[in-house]
Design a protein around this ligand. Structure first.
Ligand code: 4AD
Ligand code: MG
Length: 466
């Protein structure tokens, strides 16, 4: 007899398992009893969206006593023979000859009912929501995409670098950093002293990283092609459906790559991930297309198979100005593109992923390479329908004199970035990279409207539960 079989294995290899005796373990999604005394349990073990139909017979003794206690939400074991199912909706089922109840769930208080719950409600029960179809499916997609990300880079000769989570630099220079300190805010030792950080753990200001880019640059200028994939933190006080205070970012960094090479890698990356989702998560993609976003499959095929559009920031501003759309935020050359602008371009104008390049120098951080016009930098954003900006990146400034000028203009202290400057003094080389917001990717691949549903435990202003 086979123990520890996963339901996805049974449902994916029906011919192999028919007639075999197996043990399955999972949580009861629904339970229904016919008048004739036959019971139908839908058992889910998290391995797939679909559950296994477990057939029970009414009876006495141990079996009957256990069966009587099994309710929606219970964790159980069922042992029996895999049989052909006469019913609709499944081709095999398990005729349970032995049942074991690990833990029951009182139907009067179990927070997950058979009806559809709102996402807002599910967020309050983050400890139980992975048992729902949508959150469970999103978690499986997330896992599979993480693996595909490593595959993409490893197949192409990139090295995985673990950049620090605690850092002394603010890569994006936007001041949206969380401080890391062991000082007690109620008793700030050293207040008024010459060095307020004297009693602090690192003896200087330290933060949670907003990006692993600057450290990835160090390794790219030694190992050639590297990537980081880890948590990043931003104290952005924005309560939107695409912002988190803690999110995961994938950041490749490549020596001897200019902006065009960078774009090419980013577009190949998105194509690869869209194709991986279609290939590896067909059940989930079909589910999300049915219940969340009817356009999803079309969009993924579009991203996996068709070409992408690339325009300059200046062209984007022209398109937006001529559009006649009643945007909430006005468009002027030199201003940031807002979410509504990004979505108009990628959804309405092109209907596919779009790269926007060469942004105004004043809008972007100090490390981006200054273009010949001296007004723009070699930056790129990639926008996708439904989500807007999913990738931000650039060619980095490798010329020492231009970098120092950029730092002066942006008020970045040289003393804090001595090592970054030295990389331009010793063996400097053109290099580029980008950052993909992992949760935005999962949103793109699932169609889930709010970013709080694609990460297990969302952190947003006022929320750090679990
Ligand atoms: O455009 P960003 O700020 O770029 C950087 O941090 C660069 N240092 C990356 C690099 O070149 N290595 O962020 C990159 C991406 C965005 O395009 C977006 O997808 C995601 O990270 N992102 C967020 N995702 C969720 N919540 C937030 N608050 C996010 N901020 C950025
Ligand atoms: Mg950005």
């Amino acid at each position: 007899m086979e123990k520890g079989i996963r339901i996805s294995d049974l449902l994916g290899n029906e011919a192999k398992w028919l007639g075999k005796r197996v043990i399955v373990q999972g949580w009861v999604k629904t339970r229904r009893d016919s008048k004739a005394g036959v019971g139908f349990i839908e058992l889910n073990d998290g391995s797939s969206l679909k559950g296994l139909q477990v057939i029970t017979e009414s009876g006495g003794g141990e079996y009957g006593a256990v069966l009587a206690k099994i309710t929606t939400g219970s964790a159980i074991l069922a042992e029996g023979v895999v049989s052909e199912s006469p019913g609709k909706g499944q081709s095999i089922e398990l005729r349970a000859e032995r049942l074991h109840l690990y833990g029951g769930a009182d139907p009067a208080t179990y927070p997950l009912q058979k009806k559809r719950h709102s996402f807002e409600y599910l967020r309050q029960i983050g400890h139980l929501r992975p048992r729902t179809n949508t959150i469970g499916a999103a978690a499986r997609v997330r896992s599979r995409l993480s693996f595909a990300i490593h595959q993409f880079f490893q197949e192409r000769g990139f090295h995985y670098i673990h950049t620090p989570i605690i850092t002394a630099s603010d890569c994006e220079g936007a001041g949206e950093v969380f401080r890391v300190t062991t000082l007690d805010p109620a008793r700030p030792c050293g207040e008024g002293a010459e060095d307020p950080y004297r009693g602090d753990f690192f003896a200087k200001p330290a933060f949670l990283t907003v990006s692993g880019q600057l450290q990835a640059e160090i390794y790219a200028l030694a190992l050639g092609k590297v990537y980081t994939f880890g948590p990043t933190f931003r104290a952005e006080n924005s309560n939107t459906s695409r912002h988190l205070a803690e999110f995961w970012m994938v950041e490749p960094e490549m020596a001897f790559h200019d902006l065009d090479d960078n774009l090419e890698t980013a577009l190949a990356f998105i194509k690869y991930l869209a194709a991986a989702a279609l290939r590896e998560c067909p059940e989930e993609v079909e589910f999300f297309s049915r219940f969340i976003d009817p356009e999803l499959e079309k969009r993924l095929h579009n991203a996996a198979e068709s070409s992408f559009e690339v325009i300059t920031y200046t062209e984007a501003v022209d398109i937006l100005k001529k559009s006649g759309e009643p945007f909430e935020f006005p468009v002027e050359w030199g201003g940031d593109l807002q979410a509504e602008h990004e979505r108009y371009i990628t959804e309405k104008v092109f209907g596919k992923p779009v790269g926007i390049v060469n942004f105004p120098r004043t809008l972007k951080p100090f490390y981006m390479r200054v273009n010949e016009d001296e007004k723009t930098v070699a930056a790129m954003d990639i926008l996708v329908p439904g989500t807007g900006e999913i990738i931000g990146g650039s060619q980095r400034e490798e010329r020492l004199d231009v970098l120092l000028e950029q730092m002066r203009l942006k008020g970045v202290a040289r003393d804090d970035y001595r090592w970054y400057i030295e990389l331009r003094e010793f063996g400097s080389a053109p290099h580029s990279g980008f950052g993909l917001g992992f949760e935005r990717l999962v949103q793109f691949v699932t169609g889930i409207p709010n970013i709080r549903e694609v990460i297990p435990f969302p952190r947003t202003p006022g929320h750090a539960e679990f």
